[in-house]
Design a binder for this molecule. Structure first.
Ligand SMILES: CC(C)(COP(=O)(O)OP(=O)(O)OC[C@H]1O[C@@H](n2cnc3c(N)ncnc32)[C@H](O)[C@@H]1OP(=O)(O)O)[C@@H](O)C(=O)NCCC(=O)NCCS
Length: 223
């Protein structure tokens, strides 16, 4: 787990906008108020000039990140339920070295010392990460989400608020786990799959599949 305990303040630039971006900015504000040496200093965004009182320091697709001081860190906040694969590709195309990303952990989160948290991860208020869970780079756990023990979460996975991820689950890159959904332990959730709001998932989900309901049923595929 990487919480910045250095004396210098880590300056974080959010790559994104007023959706996920403002939620992450708010989490960073809480971290700062709690004594962590981090602050949000602005956004990269292709459209806006200012977001929630923070300046937009440059664009995204025009690679303005390269013009910013080397000590600035980034966090990617452009998740989109049905465009996860495109957004992941955009992130890769930016070619930002992984060490330039910051991990943000809200002070109210409970994170097991036996878990592994990647880089560029955001853990929002009241998240709980259980022992031996692994959270991949750029994945976001929203407020009150629960990650069971030995769960393996890939890169750029979006776990929405109040979702409950059972133990020993494998969630592949870019999956969207909807608000208030529940996944039974020991299953596999495919790449870029979508679990709808409030679903109860009892079996494996294939790559790109969308499932909803209790028990969850397949309603489509993004492929
Ligand atoms: C799963 C989801 C992506 C489907 O969206 P969609 O592809 O636009 O699908 P539609 O809204 O056209 O719905 C298709 C069918 O599935 C049903 N459905 C959609 N979402 C459902 C859900 N969560 N639970 C039960 N049924 C659902 C619809 O009622 C509809 O049924 P019908 O064909 O009998 O009328 C979306 O409903 C969803 O749950 N998104 C997750 C949002 C989320 O987690 N937000 C958190 C942000 S912090």
């Amino acid at each position: 787990m990487e919480i910045n305990l250095k004396n210098t303040t880590e300056k974080i630039v959010i790559i994104g906008g007023s959706g996920n971006g403002t939620v992450i900015a708010s989490t960073i504000e809480d971290c700062k108020d709690d004594g962590q040496n981090i602050e949000c200093i602005g956004f990269l965004n292709d459209i806006e000039k200012e977001i929630n009182g923070y300046p937009v320091l440059g664009g995204i697709r025009n690679m303005d990140w390269k013009k910013l001081p080397k000590e600035y860190k980034f966090i990617y906040a452009m998740s989109s339920v049905k465009k996860s694969a495109d957004r992941y590709q955009l992130l890769l195309d930016l070619n930002i070295p992984i060490e330039r990303f910051a991990t943000v952990i809200h002070p109210s989160s409970i994170v097991s010392k036996k878990s592994k948290i990647g880089t560029g991860v955001a853990l929002m208020p009241l998240t709980l990460v259980s022992p031996n869970a692994i959270i991949g780079n750029h994945s976001h756990m929203l407020a009150q989400s629960f990650i069971g023990h030995h769960a393996e979460i890939g890169e750029m996975v979006f776990v929405a608020n109040n979702a409950s991820i059972g133990g020993f689950i494998k969630i592949k890159n870019g999956a969207h786990i909807g608000s208030n959904s529940t996944t039974i332990e020991h299953i596999s959730i495919g790449e870029y799959s979508i679990i709808g709001l409030g679903s109860v998932v009892l079996k494996d989900i294939k790559d790109y599949e969308t499932v909803v309901g209790n028990p969850a049923r397949v309603i489509g595929s993004l492929k």
